[in-house]
Design a protein around this ligand. Structure first.
Ligand SMILES: C[S@@+](CC[C@H](N)C(=O)[O-])C[C@H]1O[C@@H](n2cnc3c(N)ncnc32)[C@H](O)[C@@H]1O
Length: 211
């Protein structure tokens, strides 16, 4: 098996919410976009335990790109105790808070991607305010509430270079399938005239910056 096959198989075993077909679309979208060019700065908002970071990292490694994987690692609202996606195994026994950072670190180490996937630990907007590097690929999969999803959209999408990729997860056209904010920011990206659709798989949308 090739290195990328190994990584894609490993990604399937990592805790997370991304279905395999969407993870593979993430990988392929990034790989095709990068097109073998060396280098590049990629960033994902929302790291959780590192599943999407392995899919994207597998593509980044082949292009000598670096993927920044950003999260405060304390989970979103729906990950907290009493909510739908709570996982008690991720609670830090010392302070009782959800903490996905140790699991994320183990994932990236096991994947041997530590020189390709670099963790950024902190609130998305604080990091965005101090992050000056233009982005060749941006993947938005952070907080899905209206306030944070819109704030992520406004803080991060202007950093995408013309010709760069914007990928958004959990875009549900039908409100019965999931919350609206990711769908709304996807529509805003299209309506801005700055991004156009390239591809989609499940709830993943892949756009490119044209202006
Ligand atoms: C859906 S999960 C990300 C899943 C990940 N992309 C994957 O596929 O494996 C969303 C993540 O966003 C993080 N998050 C939510 N709001 C955030 C914020 N304001 N700043 C940083 N991270 C945030 C949560 O801690 C959570 O880990």
């Amino acid at each position: 098996m090739s290195r990328s096959d190994d990584l894609l198989e490993f990604a399937d075993t990592v805790k997370g919410f991304m279905p395999r077909d969407e993870g593979l679309a993430l990988y392929r979208g990034a790989l095709e976009h990068a097109g073998g060019d060396a280098g590049g700065t990629w960033l994902e908002v929302g790291a959780w335990c590192g599943k999407s970071a392995v899919y994207l990292g597998a593509a980044a490694e082949q292009n000598n790109a670096v993927l920044y994987s950003l999260d405060h690692h304390h989970g979103s609202e729906e990950n907290q105790e009493g909510w739908e996606h709570f996982d008690y195994t991720l609670v830090d026994p010392v302070d009782g808070r959800l903490n996905t950072l140790p699991t994320w670190q183990r994932t990236i180490a096991e994947a041997a991607l530590e020189s390709t996937v670099i963790g950024l630990v902190g609130p998305s907007l604080v990091v965005a305010a101090h992050f000056a590097q233009p982005l060749d690929i941006l993947f938005i999969d952070g907080g899905h509430g209206a306030e944070i999803a819109w704030a992520d959209y406004e803080a991060w999408t202007p950093k995408v270079v013309v010709g760069g990729l914007l990928m958004i997860h959990d875009v549900f056209v039908n409100p019965v399938d999931g919350g609206r904010p990711p769908y709304e920011i996807y529509l805003a990206a299209l309506e801005s005239g700055t991004f156009v659709d390239l591809a989609s798989e499940g709830s993943l949308r892949v756009l490119t910056r044209v202006g």
